[in-house]
Structures are given as C-alpha cells and as structure tokens.
Design a protein. Structure first.
Length: 165
C-alpha cells in the first residue's frame, strides 16, 4: 500500500492503516538536518529501535499536553569512538507534543528523534512525528526512522481509516 511519500502499513487491530507522509514532498522542506550517518550509527539506530519495540509488534505513543522532553529509549553506553565523547550513546527522545491537521482532521503527534551524543552535544540522525494514541506497527516505525535518516528530513506517521490510502 502506498501513500504520497511511500508505504502504508496495516494496523494491528481494525481496518486502519498507518502511512509514512512527507508534507513537504515536491518542495524544499522547512526543516532538514544535515548530519552524515555512518554504517555504525545505522546499526546503533536499528538496535535502539529494536529496544523501543521490544515485543516486535508495535509501539503506542501517548499524547501529553506538556512539551517536556524525555527519553523513551536510553542509549547503551559504549566505549570511546573517534570524534565522540567517552560516554557515547544513541537514544530515542521525545522532543515534545503538538497538534496538526492531516486528512482534514486535527491529530496529536509526538515529535520523536533518534539522537547520538557527541563531543559538541546531541546530533539528530532521524526525526519522525508519530500520531499518538494508536499501536503503530513495528515495520512502519523502523521504515519511518530509516526513511527520515536516508532523506535527512522530518516525516510523519499518520493513521488512515480506510482500505486504500
């Protein structure tokens, strides 16, 4: 199943789908990150995503009215790696929550980033805004983070109540 950006994934329950969307498709994005990602970082990201979706079925983000930052998956502390601090870790953080209209409906999103701690601070290597309140399939979460990392842009995962997106 395909949406404007790419793929849609069947929900774990019901007739809904989750679609990876790029609201800036075909135009220059308002926000973009330009961090180079090594193969080692991609492996670290896969490992962190695996810890987010422990049972390999999915994950449900819960909307909070506060914009407080918190860590969803804490990084595994690793040894020194060139160009990074001794306590290098890759983690998944929620940077805040917001509401936005998608498909003619106001929806609640969690701004989720995969970050790598370096000598000069945190480096965002992937950022996806996930719709809150629904169990999002594991494959959709993985592909959204990987697409964001590859395209170096912020993507959305949105629930669709339809059979064809």
């Amino acid at each position: 199943m395909f949406s404007r950006f790419g793929r849609c994934y069947r929900a774990l329950l019901g007739n809904a789908y989750f679609c990876i969307e790029d609201p800036n498709k075909g135009k220059e994005p308002e926000e973009r990150f330009y961090n180079d990602v090594t193969n080692k970082m991609k492996g670290d990201m896969e490992e962190a995503i695996g810890r987010l979706i422990k049972n390999n079925t999915g994950y449900k983000f819960s909307y909070k009215s506060s914009t407080s930052h918190h860590t969803v998956v804490d990084g595994k502390w690793q040894g020194s790696r060139e160009g990074f601090s001794r306590n290098l870790c890759l983690r998944i953080d929620i940077q805040g929550y917001f509401k936005r209209e998608f498909y003619k409906k106001t929806r609640e999103f969690a701004n989720v980033q995969v970050q790598l701690n370096g000598k000069t601070g945190r480096t965002t290597i992937s950022q996806v805004n996930f719709e809150c309140g629904y169990e999002i399939p594991a494959e959709c979460i993985r592909d959204a983070f990987n697409d964001s990392c590859k395209e170096k842009k912020i993507l959305f995962v949105v629930r669709r109540d339809c059979k064809i997106c």
